[in-house]
Ligand binder design. Structure first.
Ligand code: PLP
Length: 392
């Protein structure tokens, strides 16, 4: 057996796969008592209108292979969503429906970077960006986020690497910190990309989740001048609509040449997204009953966010997030986040995510999701409150 050297150079398995395995390997008596707050998988069911639309689709007809770019009616619904949600006019032809944001995010650098080029990646952030760059032989330039720079860091490209920056990955609202960028920061990044002949990948998987109401509310990168030619925006149905298992997201590419390249790649890589799932996604954006159910779900998530924020604030020096994302990002009781998460799992039977899994700057932090009922969250907080890390 031969292993591709780029793949072999990965030090680890996928973070959330590791967490899943740790959970599965617990003794059964423990496993049943563990409160899992590590993986961002909504616990509230997919809204009924979405499920019914998928059942109808199954019952009514046979579809055959879907088109690579996705159904026109779904792309039109995303266009309407962009107009009402972000006040941005994108054309349905500028949208490609894909099999989940993760899959597309992982592959963008297969098209838009050359081996030896540089991908600038937020640190901390969703690990898929850096993992995909490693796999394709693209060098990673970590953009280190800190509380001091408001988790809005800038790339630093050495003069010797001028011209090698290919991609800048932005994720706002951010996983794991929950930070939503300011528009002036995004404008700076657009200028940076234009000067370096690079593309921005803007991941808005959380833009429709529990949206805040302050000046930093989530926005589409295409709301900003200059983004049209140099940005790719990736969206997902997973979190706001509890559709993680259905595997559907979208990519907006307004630059025609770039879109043609991505379409060409897609038509080689996959054969589109199940029409049944696409019809579920269409209901997600167009059925008023779904809109109502999602609004009710967000109210439940907001109540849970308050519970987590209050509980964790009593235990940790610093708690962030929970406004525009389903995550609390908080200072770990000890600097080694893997060790802290291990102790919390072993002694409190609560699983949280070690911050270092999101990049080097995540060390010293932990992430907890709100995807558990309120009573479980309260129980998890009680168990964590009684822990001692003194001898750790
Ligand atoms: N982007 C971010 C920032 C995420 O946190 C996640 C999943 O956790 C994804 C993308 C993946 O979305 P999808 O389920 O559409 O693949």
């Amino acid at each position: 057996m031969k292993i591709h050297p780029h793949f072999a150079s990965w030090e680890k398995s996928y973070l959330f796969q590791e967490l899943e395995e740790t959970y599965r390997n617990l003794p059964p008596g423990h496993r049943n008592r563990v409160i899992p707050l590590a993986i961002g998988d909504p616990d509230l069911p997919t809204p009924a209108g979405i499920r019914e639309a998928m059942i109808r689709a199954c019952r009514d007809r046979y579809f055959g292979y879907p088109s690579v770019e996705g159904r026109k009616d779904l792309r039109e619904a995303i266009t309407r969503h962009y107009r009402t949600r972000f006040n941005v006019a994108v054309h349905p032809d500028e949208i490609l429906i894909g099999p989940g944001a993760k899959t597309d995010l992982f592959d963008l650098c297969a098209v838009f970077a050359r081996p030896g080029d540089i991908g600038a990646v937020l640190d901390p952030a969703y690990p898929v960006y850096s993992d995909s760059l490693t796999y394709r032989g693209v060098r990673i330039e970590w953009m280190t986020g800190t509380p001091q720079n408001g988790y809005m860091p800038y790339p630093r490209i050495a003069p010797a690497d001028a011209g090698r920056l290919a991609l800048i990955y932005l994720c706002y609202p951010n996983n794991p910190t929950g930070i939503t960028a300011t528009r002036s920061y995004a404008r700076d990044m657009i200028d940076f990309a234009v000067r370096g002949d690079a593309l921005i990948v803007h991941d808005i998987a959380y833009a429709d989740f529990m949206t805040g109401t302050d000046s930093t509310e989530a926005f589409s990168i295409f709301a900003l001048d200059g983004a049209e030619d140099i940005a790719i925006e990736v969206g997902s149905f997973s979190k706001p609509f509890s559709m993680t298992g259905d595997r559907i997201g979208w990519v907006v590419i307004r630059n025609r040449k770039a879109r043609m390249q991505w379409r060409r790649y897609r038509s080689n890589r996959d054969s589109g997204v199940s029409e049944i799932v696409q019809l579920g996604a269409l209901a997600a954006l167009s059925d008023p009953d779904v809109t109502r159910e999602v609004r009710d779900n967000m109210r439940i998530y907001r109540e849970r966010a308050d519970i987590l924020m209050e509980g964790l604030s009593g235990m940790s020096d610093m708690v962030m997030g929970l406004r525009n994302s389903p995550y609390a990002w908080f200072k770990s009781p000890i600097p080694d986040s893997r060790k802290a998460a291990g102790i919390i799992l072993e002694k409190a039977l609560v699983q949280v995510t070690p911050g270092v899994g999101f990049g080097p700057a995540g060390e010293g932090f932990l992430r907890a999701t709100l995807f558990q009922p309120a009573d479980k969250l309260r129980e998890a907080l009680n168990r964590m409150r009684s822990l001692s890390f003194e001898t750790a």
